[in-house]
Design a protein around this ligand. Structure first.
Ligand SMILES: C[S@@+](CC[C@H](N)C(=O)[O-])C[C@H]1O[C@@H](n2cnc3c(N)ncnc32)[C@H](O)[C@@H]1O
Length: 244
């Protein structure tokens, strides 16, 4: 039987499926929102670590004025990143870094791929300097994602994983959503939080949806309505480690 890590690597080794997911209008919409947040940090002379980076989209933003280390468990994705940055194959649940060496840790869409989010979050807290911050973006289960997730599980049971993958593109069968309880437990003492959500629609990658950018139009519309915004499908946390 394959381990969970082997399963994840198998999914993310499929370059064409990964690239298709990243090229979808809703992904581009979400990435733009993330880029706006990260740009506003205007960080310099810092050690920045991106966890589960895939093919990172933030190297140009940070690499000139900082030391950027990228890590992922999937080598085929990691090697596509800028060779001017540090690149490390690592499991996000056991980080091969000294304690207190990072000013900023970026975790985008990675935690929900881990069987033990608490282990990863405590590792991230460990490698962070006092005063350093963590930027997290994940699918939010108190939202439409709940139906999407269970709908997908039901379809996998009925039709099998491969058929569902053909229909909706890149995903890993065991992925879940951010474990908010684990996050609160990991950062209970010595940290401050900021949390916000946005609503993004992830529609199946049918050509007609892509052509009309229907996912982006729906995202923009519903994101304006306070109740939907509150239960947005994407959740963000900015966690700051208090100075001692
Ligand atoms: C949905 S992709 C997100 C990629 C990138 N962070 C982004 O937002 O565009 C999830 C990433 O998590 C990585 N991953 C899955 N399990 C992992 C683990 N145990 N340790 C490190 N990375 C892992 C995958 O290889 C993949 O690159």
């Amino acid at each position: 039987m394959k381990t969970r890590i082997e399963e994840e690597v198998e999914v993310f080794d499929e370059t064409a499926a990964y690239d298709e997911l990243m090229s979808r209008p809703y992904t581009r919409y979400l990435k733009k929102k993330i880029d706006d947040c990260l740009s506003s940090l205007s960080i310099k002379n810092a050690v920045i670590f991106e966890l589960g980076c895939g093919v990172s989209e933030h190297t140009d933003l940070f690499k000139k004025d900082n030391y950027l280390v990228l890590s992922d468990i999937t080598y085929s994705l990691l090697k596509r990143n800028d060779p001017d940055c540090g690149r490390v194959v690592a499991d996000a649940q056991v980080l091969p870094f000294k304690s207190g060496m990072c000013d900023l840790v970026i975790c985008l869409g990675i935690l929900h791929h881990l069987p033990d989010q608490y282990a990863s979050l405590t590792e991230v807290g460990r490698v962070l300097k006092p005063g350093g911050r963590i930027f997290i973006q994940e699918p939010h289960r108190m939202s439409l994602n709940f139906f999407y997730h269970y709908g997908r599980r039901l379809f996998m049971k009925l039709f099998g994983v491969e058929k569902v993958k053909k229909m909706i593109g890149c995903f890993s069968p065991e992925e879940w959503q951010l474990d908010v309880k684990a996050l609160k437990r990991a950062f209970k003492h010595g940290y401050t939080f900021k949390r916000w959500t946005i609503l993004t629609f992830r529609l199946p990658p049918f050509r007609i949806f892509k052509k009309w950018k229907l996912d982006v139009s729906l995202s923009k519309f519903f994101d304006r309505l306070p109740v939907f915004k509150h239960f947005g499908t994407t959740i963000f946390y900015e966690v700051i480690k208090k100075e001692r």
